[in-house]
Design a binder for this molecule. Structure first.
Ligand code: PEP
Ligand code: MN
Length: 338
């Protein structure tokens, strides 16, 4: 449930409400970004007497949440959450951000060349996997910490922040040292111990939808992160598994308006893993912006055929340039900036 306090409710009334919530073995969380004090109550609410809370001094309203998630719910927070990544870079506001880079970090030269070009054409965040959750144990598993160091060095030279995946709760501390955004991959969307661990940091988390996850399951995973105190969650639709085999996954374009209706969190689209084929990446990106996504996560490499993972779906630098120029008028037409 959500407890909305009266506009000028004094601190002692707020404290009393917080105390009452804790008595019931529930956890109160003060929500930021709202005009008045709003307290989200999380935990098993079945035994909660809403009338009791309504009667407390300073309480304007108590709203039961019918969905299984609370903190991520739109009912909890009317305004869109804007996640601050670095000075001047926030996801979820008017500006759309393009996160671009290779699937895996390969070398300083490739990362730097890609990021230099991407920055020139308007991309604002670099991507690259240092720890790769590959389907085959024999496939390239990533460069590990060496890869993180390469991305950090490119950030030092270019000022472009780093988005990279963390695959294991034991690696959160290490990846957190280098990354500006902690990415949780599709295969780990329901790795609850990993979600809790990134939830304990204050770092922005880019949570990818599991390829077989429903929207509610996806939002429950975001709830795991937020329930540990990290409000900086960005949702990423990256294609789901359907009967269709001409693309690697099926991009669920409707996930964007659905998530925007159900949640206040920013939503971005990854057209690369959705398509699994570079021929469709530009078209899906256009659709992503038109449908209201707050950003795109796209795989780019100066020589895609030579990429050490996901070569089929990676676009080259020239195509990234084309993509950016095609997205700009679409963003403008819907009142956004790129
Ligand atoms: C990635 O973006 O590097 C990645 C592995 O994507 P996904 O988890 O969506 O497969
Ligand atoms: Mn990839």
């Amino acid at each position: 449930m959500i407890i909305v306090m009266k506009k000028n409710a004094p601190q002692d009334q707020i404290d009393r409400v917080l105390e009452e919530v804790k008595k019931g073995e529930l956890k109160p969380m003060l929500l930021s970004g709202t005009e008045r004090t709003v307290i989200a109550v999380i935990g098993d609410e079945r035994l909660t007497d809403i009338k009791h809370f309504r009667a407390l001094l300073g309480v304007e309203n108590v709203i039961p949440i019918l969905k299984p998630y609370t903190l991520v719910a739109r009912d909890t927070k009317e305004n869109n959450t804007v996640v601050k990544i670095a000075p001047g870079i926030s996801i979820g506001g008017k500006k759309i951000h393009i996160i671009a880079g290779p699937c895996s970090v390969e070398s300083y030269e490739v990362q730097k060349q890609t990021v230099d070009f991407a920055k020139r054409v308007g991309c604002t965040i670099q991507r690259g996997g240092a720890f790769k959750p590959r389907t085959s144990p024999y496939a390239f598993q990533g460069m590990g910490e060496e890869g993180l160091k390469i991305m950090a060095k490119v950030r030092e030279k270019t000022g472009v922040p780093v988005c990279t995946e963390v695959t294991d709760p034991r690696l959160v501390e290490l990846v957190d040292k280098y990354a500006d955004i902690l990415q949780i991959g599709t295969k780990n969307m329901q790795n609850y111990s990993l979600l809790k661990e990134v939830g304990k940091t204050k770092k922005p988390v880019l949570l990818k939808r599991g390829f077989s996850a429903t929207i509610d399951e996806f939002l429950m995973s975001a709830e795991y992160i937020m329930s540990e105190g990290n409000e900086n969650v960005i949702l990423c639709e990256r294609g789901i598994r359907t009967h269709e085999t001409t693309t690697r996954n099926t991009l669920d374009i409707s996930a964007v308006p659905v998530l925007k209706k159900l949640s206040h969190l920013p939503v971005i689209i990854d057209p690369s893993h959705a398509a699994g084929n570079r021929d469709y990446v530009v078209a899906l990106s256009r659709a992503a912006i038109a449908v209201g996504a707050d950003g795109i996560l796209v795989e780019v490499h100066p020589d895609p055929e030579e990429a050490s993972s996901d070569a089929d779906q990676i676009i080259d630098l020239e195509t990234l340039d084309k993509l950016m120029s095609e997205l700009k008028p679409i963003a403008k037409a819907i009142g956004r900036e790129l």
